[in-house]
Design a protein around this ligand. Structure first.
Ligand code: GLN
Length: 313
């Protein structure tokens, strides 16, 4: 299978944009000071197929920090580098049923970070990134995510500085995991690389290309670069299906029927395996930290483009 024709995708994007353009529901994240300044009226949509064609609507060129969507791609890179069983044993692939920055989830599970898409599991994953020192490890992450995007992704220094200055909770999660011997590296340096990966600046266009690389067995459709193996894409999509929208992952799968990943700046990336990537951006969030308008627009697109993986026809 493949995505419908460019005309059909354009019509669906226009319809989704028109339907939700006045819907600025939700609350902008404010626990990271720089994110509190986001304009809730922003709304962008992009769809990229596995051949590199990108269609879009609204604020698709507006840059924002990737936040938790980075977790999917760092997981893929570490899965590639260390092997699936090693990462599964050390990080896990089951949903916590609890918020993304839960400390209780770690305690309830005897120190397990549970899955790579919550902060504990993402910190554990980032601690496994190969490299001799902090600079090497950051280079691995930045270069790897840039290969998924097909262009060099840059740090948003304002967001990075803001989160680094208010990072007590993530540092605490990393220290707690370290006390359970669940980290592969120093907890404070791990948290710093994690904070940087969350502060990479992207657009919905970048995210759609990154998603289409996962949809295409790891081959970036713009550059032809084999970023990770097809088996790593399969592992990553499975982890997203269980946990990509945190404690709302079941509702998401029930509504949209595809693996997805959200971030607190308002991005949501959805992958149609073998077909392409869909990215939405709008800063208003639900209580779990998922863009409300992004979920609604993706739901519309999943239906209009016939992408629900559980549909028989
Ligand atoms: N950088 C954010 C944090 O660690 C990412 C969280 C998110 O996007 N849900 O809190």
């Amino acid at each position: 299978g493949s995505l419908p024709s460019a005309e059909v995708v354009d019509d669906a994007l226009s319809a989704a944009y028109a339907r939700f353009r006045d819907d600025a529901s939700g609350r902008v994240a404010d626990y990271i000071p720089a994110l509190a300044e986001a304009d809730p009226s922003l709304f962008g949509l992009s769809v990229a197929d596995v051949h590199g064609s990108v269609r879009q609507a609204g604020d698709a060129s507006h840059p924002f920090s990737i936040q938790s969507i980075s977790k999917a791609f760092v997981f893929a890179l570490v899965d590639q580098a260390l092997g699936r069983e090693s990462v599964r044993r050390r990080v896990g692939v089951n949903n916590t049923g609890l918020p993304f920055n839960s400390i209780l989830a770690i305690e309830l599970n005897h120190g397990s970070p549970m899955n790579p898409m919550v902060n504990a599991g993402a910190l554990a994953t980032t601690s496994l990134v190969p490299g001799a020192d902090a600079a090497d490890r950051w280079d691995f992450v930045q270069q790897g995510l840039s290969r998924f995007a097909g262009r060099e992704l840059k740090l948003d220094m304002r967001v990075y500085t803001s989160e680094a200055g208010s990072n007590q909770r993530n540092e605490s999660i990393a220290r707690l995991l370290d006390s359970y011997e669940r980290l592969g590296w120093d907890p404070i340096q791990t948290t710093d690389v994690y904070t940087k990966q969350c502060s990479l600046s992207v657009t919905t266009r970048d995210l759609a290309i990154m998603g289409s690389t996962l949809a295409a067995g790891g081959v970036n459709p713009l550059t032809g670069d084999q970023v990770v193996d097809a088996s790593v894409c399969r592992d990553t999509l499975a982890a997203l299906a269980t946990s990509g929208l945190y404690e709302r992952s079941g509702d998401w799968l029930y509504e949209i029927g595809m693996p997805g990943k959200s971030g607190v700046s308002g991005g949501i990336l959805t992958i149609a395996p073998g077909k392409g990537g869909l990215a939405a951006f709008s800063p208003g969030l639900d209580p779990a930290g998922n863009s409300i308008r992004g979920q609604r627009a993706t739901h519309y697109l999943s239906g209009a483009l016939g992408l629900n993986l559980f549909a028989s026809a």
